[in-house]
Design a binder for this molecule. Structure first.
Ligand code: ARG
Length: 585
C-alpha cells in the first residue's frame, strides 16, 4: 500500500512509532481522530500511557514527543490537559491526501492484506411461507456485508439457503392431500400442481401450521410425510418440487425488487445426499448417541453459562432436522468452496441453534469453531415494541411492504415538487429508489443488534438521518457537476484552506476506517454513519464555500474536485449499503 492510500491516522501513527523508537519511550502509540475538534484534528494519549512505566511526568514526555515529531503531515503538536498530544493537519498534507482520494477509483478505500474466502448465508426464505418482514433485516444486512467483504478484496459467495426441507414441507404435502381427498389420482394431482400459486401456499400454510399445533393426529401425519419426502417417496418429491419452484420464482422477484442478489440459490434439500453418509460417519466416529429413539450429538461444554441442549441429528421418525441440514451444509461448503470464514446473517433469536451447529461442525472436523460466525440482529418492531405485524395482526409480506414504501415515496416526491417534469418511467424509477433507500438506510443506520421501530414517515423524510436525505445529497452533487460541465468549468488540483473545505477533506479521509470497522465488526452501520457524516459535511461546505461562483479559478477547480470526490465516495458507500442512487430527483 502506498503512503498516499493510507489515511491520516495511519500516517501519523507510523510517524509516532518512529518517534517513540528514536526517544526510547515504551509506548504502543496510536494516533486517532479527536472528539475535541476545537483542539485539533487528531490526538494521542501515548504520553499518559508511557508515564507510569517510565516514572516520569506525562507532560514532560508529551513535550519530548512534540519536539521530536516531524512537521510535514501535521503542524507541531500541542499539549493539552494531563499530557494529550493534539495534531492539526497542515493544509498541504490535507490537500495531498484529498487529491489521492480524488484520483483513486476506490475513493480512498484500501483492501485487506490477505484476502479470504467467505460465504455469507443470508436471506433464508422458506418454501410455502412466503417472504415476510422477518426476512427483511437478514436480506438487507446480509447483502451489505457481502458487498463490503467483496469490496475489501475477499472472494465472497452469498447463499440464500432456502428453507425447503423441514417439517413445513410435510405439512404442506398433507394439506394438499386433504384438499384433493388423497394423492392417488395422478391426473388430478398433476392438474392441481400445474395451477399452484404462491397465494395458495401462503393461504394454506398458516392454517396447516395452526391445525398441527392442536391436532396431534394431523401433526403425526405431517411428520410421517416429512420422513417420506426425505426418503425419496416419488409423489411427495413431485409435490415438493412444484411447491419449491413456485415459491422460489416469487421470492426471486421480491429479492430483486429489494436490490438483493445471491450467487448461490441453494437450499436445505441440496444437502440431502450428504446426510446419510454424514450420519454414518458420525456414528463411526462415536460422535452421536441414541436418545429416546433419536440420534443426537452432545455439544455442551464445561463452563457454559447455560445448558445447551444436544443437536438433534435424526428425529425418532427418521427425519433430518433444521440442525442436520445446517451441519451437512457446512460439510458441503467446506468441500466445494473451502471458505476461511462462514457468516450466518440470521435473527438473534436463532443464536442457540447456531451455537449447536457450530460446535457440532467443529467436533465433526468440518470447520473450526472460530471460522463460523452467527451475525445476529434485533427485530424491526411495531409502535407497540413487539416484532412488526400488520394492523390485522398478520405478518406483513415483503412485497406489500415495498409497495407501501413506494406509495409513500411517490407522495413525498410530489409534495417536494420533485419529478413533475420526469417521464412516468423515470418518476417510478426514482420513487422505487427512494423507497428502497428509506427502508434499507433505516435498518442499517442502527447497529445490527439494536431493534428499531418501523416508522415509514420518519424513514421517508428528506431531512435527518434517512436514505432519502442521502440520495438527495448525492443527486445535488450530480447536478452541480452537470452545471460545471455546461459552463466548461474544469476540476483542478485540490487546495484546501477554508474551515469547511478542511472539514470535508477530513470527512473524506474517514472512509477507509469506517469501511474497515464495518468489515471487522460485521456491521454496515459504521459505513452508514460515514455516509451520513459525509453528506452533512458536504452540505456545510456547500453553504460556506461557493463552487461555481468561487472568485478564483483555482479555488473553483479545487472545489469541483472536492465535490466529485465526495460524490464518488458517497455513491460507493451507498452502493455498499445496497442502495442505488438516481441520476436526478
Ligand atoms: N429459513 C430460516 C428461517 O426462516 C433461516 C435460514 C438461515 N440460515 C441457515 N443456514 N440456517 O428461519
Amino acid at each position: 500500500m502506498s503512503e498516499k492510500t493510507k489515511d491520516l491516522a495511519s500516517q501519523l501513527t507510523a510517524q509516532g512509532v518512529d518517534v517513540v523508537a528514536r526517544l526510547s519511550i515504551p509506548a504502543n502509540i496510536v494516533v486517532q481522530r479527536t472528539d475535541r475538534p476545537d483542539l485539533g484534528d487528531f490526538q494521542t494519549n501515548a504520553a499518559l500511557a508511557a508515564a507510569k512505566q517510565m516514572g516520569r511526568k506525562p507532560q514532560e514526555i508529551a513535550a519530548d514527543l512534540a519536539a521530536a515529531w516531524p512537521t510535514d503531515i501535521a503542524e507541531k503538536p500541542s499539549i493539552a490537559g494531563p499530557g494529550f498530544l493534539n495534531f492539526r493537519i497542515a493544509d498541504a498534507a490535507l490537500s495531498a491526501r484529498t487529491q489521492a482520494i480524488a484520483d483513486d477509483p476506490r475513493a480512498g478505500a484500501s483492501t485487506v492484506e490477505s484476502p479470504r474466502r467467505v460465504i455469507v448465508d443470508y436471506g433464508g426464505p422458506n418454501v410455502a411461507k412466503g417472504m415476510h418482514v422477518g426476512h427483511l433485516r437478514a436480506s438487507i444486512i446480509g447483502e451489505s456485508l457481502k458487498r463490503i467483504f467483496r469490496f475489501r478484496g475477499d472472494t465472497v459467495w452469498g447463499d440464500a439457503h432456502f428453507g425447503d426441507w423441514g417439517f413445513q414441507m410435510g405439512l404442506m404435502i398433507i394439506s394438499l392431500e386433504d384438499e384433493l381427498g388423497g394423492l392417488d389420482d395422478r391426473k388430478k394431482l398433476d392438474a392441481r400442481l400445474a395451477s399452484l400459486t404462491l397465494e395458495d401456499l401462503e393461504a394454506n400454510y398458516p392454517a396447516a401450521a395452526a391445525k398441527a399445533r392442536e391436532d396431534e393426529a394431523f401433526r403425526d401425519r405431517a411428520r410421517k410425510a416429512t420422513a417420506a419426502l426425505q426418503s425419496g417417496e416419488p409423489t411427495h418429491r413431485l409435490i415438493w418440487k412444484a411447491m419449491r419452484e413456485v415459491s422460489m420464482q416469487a421470492q426471486k422477484r421480491d429479492f430483486a425488487a429489494l436490490g438483493v442478489d445471491f450467487d448461490l440459490w441453494k437450499g436445505e434439500a441440496d444437502v440431502d445426499p450428504l446426510i446419510t453418509p454424514m450420519v454414518e460417519e458420525l456414528k463411526r466416529k462415536n460422535l452421536v448417541e441414541i436418545d429416546e429413539g433419536a440420534l443426537i450429538m452432545r455439544i455442551a461444554r464445561e463452563g457454559d453459562k447455560r445448558e445447551l441442549p444436544p443437536l438433534l441429528v435424526v428425529s425418532s421418525e427418521g427425519s433430518a432436522m433444521y440442525g442436520t441440514t445446517d451441519l451437512a451444509t457446512v460439510l458441503e461448503r467446506a468441500r466445494d468452496l473451502a471458505p476461511d470464514l462462514y457468516l450466518y446473517v440470521v435473527d438473534q433469536r436463532q443464536a442457540d441453534h447456531f451455537e449447536q451447529v457450530f460446535r457440532a461442525a467443529d467436533r465433526a472436523g468440518y470447520a473450526r469453531r472460530e471460522a463460523l460466525e452467527h451475525i445476529g440482529f434485533g427485530t424491526m418492531n411495531g409502535a407497540d415494541g413487539k416484532p412488526f405485524k400488520t394492523r390485522a395482526g398478520g405478518v406483513l409480506k415483503l412485497n406489500d411492504l415495498i409497495g407501501m414504501a413506494e406509495e409513500k415515496a411517490r407522495a413525498r416526491l410530489r409534495d417536494a415538487d420533485i419529478g413533475s417534469d420526469f417521464s412516468p418511467e423515470e418518476f417510478e424509477d426514482v420513487a422505487h429508489k427512494v423507497a428502497i433507500a428509506a427502508l434499507k438506510f433505516a435498518d442499517l443506520s442502527n447497529f445490527r443488534s439494536t431493534s428499531y421501530v418501523f416508522d415509514l414517515d420518519r424513514f421517508m423524510s428528506f431531512e435527518g438521518k434517512t436514505g432519502p436525505y442521502l440520495l438527495y445529497a448525492a443527486v445535488r452533487i450530480k447536478s452541480i457537476l452537470r452545471k460545471a460541465e455546461e459552463q466548461d468549468a474544469d476540476a483542478g488540483p485540490v487546495e484546501v484552506s477554508h474551515a469547511s473545505e478542511r472539514a470535508l477533506a477530513l470527512a473524506l479521509d474517514g472512509f477507509d476506517a469506517a469501511l474497515a470497522q464495518a468489515y471487522e465488526k460485521r456491521a454496515p452501520h459504521f459505513l452508514a454513519e460515514h455516509a451520513f457524516t459525509l453528506a452533512q459535511t458536504f452540505s456545510g461546505f456547500y453553504t460556506h464555500c461557493p463552487i461555481l461562483q468561487a472568485g478564483f479559478e483555482a479555488t473553483r477547480a479545487s472545489r469541483l474536485t472536492l465535490a466529485a470526490a465526495t460524490l464518488r465516495q458517497l455513491e460507493s458507500s451507498l452502493q455498499l449499503l445496497g442502495i442505488a442512487t438516481p441520476e436526478r430527483m
